[in-house]
Design a protein around this ligand. Structure first.
Ligand SMILES: [Zn+2]
Length: 270
């Protein structure tokens, strides 16, 4: 439980540190967006304005901080999926007092993977950041996790490719295009948002799948703010039946960035 909470906090703080490094105003949530924009226009000489104080303003939530940090920092971009896993564990632990014993070790290591990428982006020494006595062990665990994920995902891709080749070989001459057209017309059942993406196994057009997630924050009696964003679920291909969840996708280099989603009429949790 503690490990999940700490890993989530480490991910959130690292994401926010990356934002502050670029510009401290990136920390503030949407409602200060116009003030930030006016400040930028003043800096560019396009506008003159009274100074605006950011003291006591709300900062962005953890999930959004991770997405924003990936926009401004190329080095952490491939590790967003890992960061989201750690945040998921933290939310389960902090909000529902629940952890998944079989997953929590992996989720914590995933969080460290993101944090290490952040340390690298600051051109800081990992051993100095983590402490020399644990740095070696932490790096070894992250490397083992990434290698295991990557080889498991590659095995799935290889099996899917073999399945597709076997399918094409069984098709009668001339009939193949009809069957393949039929497969190409299928669309995913899961996900709120989908987008075509070339399949890593068979080369046909598969699907990236996202859900719209909404974070609610309690602001005061009867007052909630919400922040909608896209959460990447994974990849699916109907030609070769390859299905990869977001962890497996990440492990073979499919890591589309999450984006803010605009959802009208979102209501607070009961
Ligand atoms: Zn495929």
């Amino acid at each position: 439980m503690d490990a999940a909470v700490h890993a989530g906090a480490a991910v959130e703080l690292m994401a926010k540190a990356i934002l502050v490094q670029v510009d401290p105003r990136l920390l503030f949530d949407d409602r200060d967006g116009h003030h930030v924009l006016i400040d930028l226009l003043v800096e560019r000489g396009v506008a003159t304005a009274q100074p605006h104080s950011y003291r006591g303003k709300k900062t962005v939530g953890a999930a959004k901080a991770v997405i924003l940090s990936a926009r401004v920092c190329e080095q952490v971009r491939p590790h967003v999926g890992a960061a989201q896993q750690a945040l998921e564990a933290r939310n389960d632990a902090a909000h529902a007092a629940a952890i998944n014993d079989s997953r929590v070790t992996d989720q914590v290591t995933a969080g460290i993977d993101f944090v290490l990428a952040g340390v690298d982006s600051f051109v800081r020494d990992r051993a100095a950041f983590l402490g020399a006595e644990v740095a070696e062990q932490v790096e070894r665990e992250v490397a083992q996790r990434n290698a295991a994920l990557s080889s498991a995902a590659q095995r799935k891709v290889k099996r899917a490719r073999e399945r597709y080749e076997a399918l094409v070989a069984r098709l009668p001459d001339g009939g193949s295009s009809e069957v393949l057209t039929e497969l190409g017309n299928r669309t995913p059942h899961a996900g709120d948002v989908t987008e075509n993406y070339d399949c890593p196994a068979c080369g046909n057009s598969g699907w990236l799948i996202w859900d719209v997630e909404i974070d609610f924050e309690y602001e005061g009696p009867d007052e909630y703010s919400n922040n909608a964003y896209l959460l990447f679920l994974g990849f699916e291909c109907f030609f070769c039946s390859l299905q990869l969840n977001h962890v497996e996708s990440d492990a073979i280099g499919i890591n589309p960035r999450g984006e803010e989603a605009h959802v009208d009429g979102a209501s607070p949790p009961p």
